[in-house]
Design a protein around this ligand. Structure first.
Ligand code: DGY
Length: 324
C-alpha cells in the first residue's frame, strides 16, 4: 500500500504542475463535471492531505469538518471567498492563494473592458459580423468617448486597483479612489490618485472600476440605489467578484440608461448563458472570467499553487497564505 501523501485536484492543472506533484504525492485529478460535485468533494476530503481547488469550488465549514488529515488547501486564484478560511484556520488547515502574479493581467483586463465599452469595440465587431455595417464614416456613427480627462473612480486601490491606476494615468485620466484604509501620501502622489469618500466615487466618476473582495459587507453592494447616484453617462467595470453587484438591477439600470454602460468579467452565477438579460444589451461588454487568463500568468499561478501546497504539506506557511 502506498504511503505517499494524498492530494486531490478539483480540476486539472498545467502538465508541469501535475508532473511536479506526481513526484511527491499520490494525486487524483477530478476530470468530470465542473465544479466537482459536493458529494464527490466531500467523499475525497475525508482522507486527503492536500487539496488544490478553484474559485468556484465551495469549501465550506461542513466540507472542511469532514477532513481528517487535511493540512493545506491551495487555491488557484487570488480570491478566496469560496473557502471558509476562518474555519480552516481553527482546524489548523493552511490556505494558500495566488496574488501578485496575476496583478498585471487582471489590471490589463479591467482596462481592456474600459477601453472596449467606451470606444464600442465589441459592439462594432457585432455590427460587422451581423452584416449591419452599411455606410461609412458618418459624423454620429458608432461614436464613443475619449478617455483623456475622464475621471476613473477605483474602489479598492490595492495591488490590482493600483496597477489599473498606472494604466489610466498613462491615458491622462483623472484618478480618484476609495479604500477602507487610505494609502500613503507618497503612493497617492506616484499614482496620481486622490482619496475621496465612497459617495464621491459614486457621484463624480465617469468610470467606476471595482476591486474589492466579495464579503458580507460588499455583497450586492452595487444596486439600483448606487446606480441612481452615478452619473447617467458613467460606466461600471467589474473584474473582482460578480456577487458585489446586484446583477438583475444592473441589467435594469443599463436597459433604462440609468447608467451608460458596463464592462464585466465576473457574474453572480457563472458561466453566463445566452438567455441572461445582460446578453441582450448593447451597452455592456462581457468577458468569461478571464482576468488572470494569460499564458504567462496562468503558468505562474500554477507554480505558486504547487509551492503553496508543498509548504502546507510540510507544516509550513504557504508563500501567500490567508492568515496562517
Ligand atoms: C482570481 O484569481 O480570483 C480571479 O478571479 C481569477 O481571474
Amino acid at each position: 500500500m502506498s504511503m505517499r501523501k494524498k492530494v486531490f485536484l478539483t480540476r486539472t492543472l498545467h502538465d508541469f504542475a501535475l508532473k511536479e506533484l506526481r513526484k511527491k504525492y499520490q494525486i487524483e485529478v477530478h476530470l468530470g463535471k465542473i465544479p466537482v460535485p459536493q458529494k464527490k468533494l466531500r467523499s475525497k476530503i475525508k482522507d486527503i492531505d492536500g487539496l488544490i481547488c478553484f474559485p468556484y469550488d465551495k469549501i465550506n465549514k461542513e466540507t472542511i469538518d469532514l477532513a481528517e488529515n487535511l493540512k493545506v488547501i491551495s487555491t488557484y486564484s487570488v480570491g478566496f471567498d469560496h473557502i471558509d478560511t476562518k474555519h480552516a484556520k481553527e482546524k489548523k488547515i493552511r490556505v494558500g492563494y495566488t496574488p501578485e502574479v496575476l496583478t498585471d493581467a487582471t489590471a490589463d483586463l479591467a482596462f481592456a473592458l474600459l477601453l472596449d465599452v467606451l470606444r464600442r469595440v465589441s459592439e462594432g465587431d457585432r455590427i460587422i459580423r451581423d452584416g449591419k455595417w452599411k455606410e461609412i464614416y458618418g459624423a454620429y456613427d458608432y461614436v464613443g468617448l475619449d478617455l483623456q480627462g475622464k475621471t476613473l473612480g477605483i474602489l479598492g486601490l490595492g495591488r490590482i486597483g493600483g496597477t489599473l491606476a498606472k494604466r489610466a494615468k498613462a491615458f491622462d485620466m483623472k484618478i480618484i479612489y476609495h479604500n477602507r484604509n487610505r494609502i500613503s501620501k507618497s503612493k497617492e502622489k506616484s499614482l496620481g490618485a486622490k482619496y475621496v469618500p465612497l459617495e464621491k466615487i459614486i457621484s463624480q466618476s465617469d468610470v467606476i472600476s471595482i476591486h474589492v473582495p466579495h464579503t458580507k459587507e460588499t455583497d450586492k453592494m452595487f444596486g439600483m440605489k448606487i446606480f441612481r447616484k452615478m452619473k447617467k453617462t458613467a460606466f461600471l467595470i467589474n473584474t473582482s467578484r460578480g456577487k458585489v453587484i446586484n446583477q438583475k438591477e444592473l441589467a435594469t439600470a443599463l436597459k433604462k440608461k440609468i447608467i451608460a454602460g458596463a464592462g464585466l468579467d465576473v457574474f453572480e452565477e457563472e458561466p453566463v448563458g445566452k438567455n441572461n438579460s445582460l446578453v441582450k444589451l448593447e451597452n455592456v461588454v462581457l468577458a468569461p472570467h478571464i482576468g488572470s487568463s494569460t499564458e504567462e500568468t496562468r503558468a505562474k499561478m500554477a507554480e505558486i499553487t504547487v509551492k503553496n501546497l508543498n509548504l502546507g504539506m510540510n507544516e509550513k506557511k504557504p508563500i501567500y497564505s490567508v492568515g496562517y
